[in-house]
Design a protein around this ligand. Structure first.
Ligand SMILES: [Zn+2]
Length: 212
């Protein structure tokens, strides 16, 4: 990586990897998956001294989107993603939050739904959108070909794959998404998952027990 800078900010009781991602050339940034703990996210933005243009969401689960509506209001920026198939999750964020004992989470209305093959931009960086259903029906992955970087949400983890026991989950579809969309990106591609450590496509192809 050279132009793309990423700061991982674990948020919420779920230790979700919220990310501040920016273009070093322009200092324009996006916040990916602001699940909550917004004071920490805003502190990271101030410390990095970047200007946030957008919020990107990988999918509609509460730990990834719980702070999205609030952050959108505070920063006055649009929300891009996920795929429209996660609408049913985004319409029930407040209700789901209450059931987990999380206060102050609002339902989320994206300004732009993303389809497979779409492109999203921040500064001089362009990311391809890959629709990767299975963990949730509307999960998307953001892939920067030049920087060899993929932000995969809860599709793929170091040594594991996303859960499929939530509403709309489908284990067969998840493995198909990983095999058809992620593994072909190349072994050198760095993976930032929604939880846990970073990894690479090559390491997961060789060692992930779910992919053998
Ligand atoms: Zn999830």
């Amino acid at each position: 990586m050279n132009k793309a800078k990423v700061l991982i900010i674990p948020v919420t009781a779920f230790q979700q990897n919220c990310m501040l991602l920016w273009c070093e050339a322009t200092k324009r940034a996006v916040v990916v998956d602001p699940g909550g703990d917004l004071p920490e996210v805003e502190r990271a933005i101030a410390e990095a001294d970047v200007a946030v243009d957008k919020i990107w969401l990988t999918h509609g689960h509460i730990d990834h989107v719980g702070g999205a509506a609030d952050l959108k209001t505070r920063l006055k920026v649009p929300i891009e993603g996920p795929n429209r198939e996660d609408l049913f999750l985004l319409q029930h964020v407040a209700e789901t939050a209450r059931s987990f004992g999380i206060p102050d989470a609002s339902n989320v209305t994206p300004d732009r739904w993303l389809e497979d093959g779409d492109k999203v931009e921040v500064g001089e960086l362009t990311f391809d959108v890959l629709h990767c259903p299975g963990h949730s029906p509307g999960s998307v992955v953001y892939f920067n070909r030049a920087e060899r970087l993929a932000i995969v949400g809860d599709v793929l983890f170091a040594g594991s794959v996303g859960r499929t026991d939530f509403p709309g989950g489908d284990s067969r579809q998840l493995l198909k998404s990983i095999r058809d969309k992620l593994l072909p990106l190349g072994d050198d591609v760095a993976i930032i998952s929604g939880h846990g450590p970073t990894t690479t496509i090559g390491r997961e192809r060789a060692t992930n027990p779910f992919l053998q």
